[in-house]
Ligand binder design. Sequence first.
Ligand code: PAF
Length: 273
Amino acid sequence: MELVVARNRAELVKARGEGPIALVPTMGALHEGHRALIREARALAARVVVSVFVNPLQFGPSEDLSRYPRTLEADLDACRAEGVAVVFTPAAEDMYAADRQVGVSAGHMGTIVEGTARPGHFDGVLTVVLKLFNLVQPDLACFGQKDAQQLAVIRRMVADLDLPIGIVGVPTVREPDGLAMSSRNRFLSAQDRERALALSRALSAGAVEATPSRVVAVAREVLGAAGLDPDYLTLVDPATFEAVPEAYKGEAVLAVAARVGRTRLIDNALIRL
Ligand code: PAF
């Protein structure tokens, strides 16, 4: 199947085609984690549409929008190799009218955990994801478990707004040494990359503990030993992202964010108590 590159909304409408469609929304700089999303999408639907759009709405004023890696030619090669039907890569002016007024609110869920450090981030994510859903009209969409809170707020939007789209969560892809794949890893110096391994090590060390307080305490020790002071390290309900009580039994997400050098990384582990 020849890859069609749709550079604006009109081209997308012509290219998106018929049949079960799976959407993989991305901001480009595709790595093995994205390729796992595309493979899952291909296994589930006849046509896969990948969006490559660095969404300005989800970056705060002091965040890395201008520094975010843009590697479109390599992204198109990866999509060709994975049998993607359409790559939708609009300009920001094509996605957002200059006088735009209305967006999606992530509600309370958008203000906790990652939302505390990044006010408005999840509103920006949901606004672009809803626009992509409306433009592509997919039957299902794949998102990485790496961004566990993003996955949770998207599931919540789909439920609360009755969107007829299946949401598929795909497990985090890691480097052989445990570092979660991320487009931002390329900013780590060799020394910072080594320190960044403490994130996945902390999650693995915490995951085998029996109570929420022990899970968090043990993970915090590992981070501290590597000299990392997390923005947050918390054990939460996977659906609501509220911290779980001490007596909690069931699935929980151990979520962490920390700055390593100049790069802020997030990671998480799904654990069972
Ligand atoms: O996960 C991402 O890359 C982005 O947040 C998404 C879902 C493509 C929305 O811009």
